[in-house]
Design a protein around this ligand. Structure first.
Ligand SMILES: [Zn+2]
Length: 156
């Protein structure tokens, strides 16, 4: 099973994005470091707000700009530092992906232009204005959807 870890600084970014968006969804792309077999650490993410999931999906100028900056900062070491997938919030319902979420992610992973071997979807919400709750799923080009492990570092 694939594991995605979220370090404290990224958690802080997420918490503030979720607080700012209140009842509205926000989301963006995930940039990660490959830190071990099937283990990825989220290093950066973009935050876009005020829309439905489909409008956060990659392809926006913000996402491309963030991604090329990430590649530059990490010395174009693509096997270690790369695009991991997408995230968004479910402010007021379960953090499990909807059928539209599944379909959008399969569209991304089967898109030849993206050329990904897999993509990850993280969904978050804030519980009691403070605690991050989330889910992780991995999508493969053959249409497989695999539940993945999400590690919110430092939380119990
Ligand atoms: Zn969703």
């Amino acid at each position: 099973m694939l594991t995605v870890s979220v370090p404290p600084d990224v958690q802080e970014t997420l918490r503030s994005a979720l607080r700012t968006s209140g009842p509205n969804e926000c989301g963006g792309i995930l940039m990660a470091e490959h830190i071990g077999p099937d283990h990825f650490m989220v290093r950066q993410l973009t935050v876009q707000g005020g829309g439905r999931f489909a409008s956060f999906v990659r392809g926006t100028r913000t996402a491309f700009r963030a991604l090329s900056q990430y590649f530059r900062q990490s010395g174009h070491d693509y096997t270690r530092f790369n695009y991991l997938g997408e995230w968004h919030s479910h402010p007021s319902f379960s953090v499990q992906p909807s059928s539209i979420d599944h379909r959008s992610m399969l569209d991304i992973v089967t898109n030849a232009k993206v050329g990904a071997n897999f993509v990850v979807l993280l969904i978050f919400r804030l519980v009691d204005h403070e605690k991050l709750e989330g889910s992780a799923h991995t999508y493969f080009p053959d249409g497989t959807i695999a539940p993945s492990a999400l590690v919110i570092e430092g939380s119990t």
